[in-house]
Design a protein around this ligand. Structure first.
Ligand code: FES
Length: 56
């Protein structure tokens, strides 16, 4: 599923970034440009990161 349509970033990409140590949406923005256009993906990206933290 696409999380960031503007930059073609999928949930799988975010999962991979989390596995590589990303802990904040800011890191996704710095690495993938997530949220740097319309910004509509930021809430969903933050939710995916939060859900992953609670799964640990
Ligand atoms: Fe991510 Fe537009 S959907 S910046």
């Amino acid at each position: 599923m696409y999380v960031c349509v503007c930059h073609g970033i999928t949930e799988k990409d975010i999962q991979q970034a989390i596995n590589n140590g990303a802990e904040h949406v800011k890191e996704l923005r710095d690495s993938y440009d997530l949220g740097t256009d319309c910004g509509k993906c930021l809430y969903l990206a933050a939710k995916i990161m939060k859900d992953n933290k609670t799964d640990l």
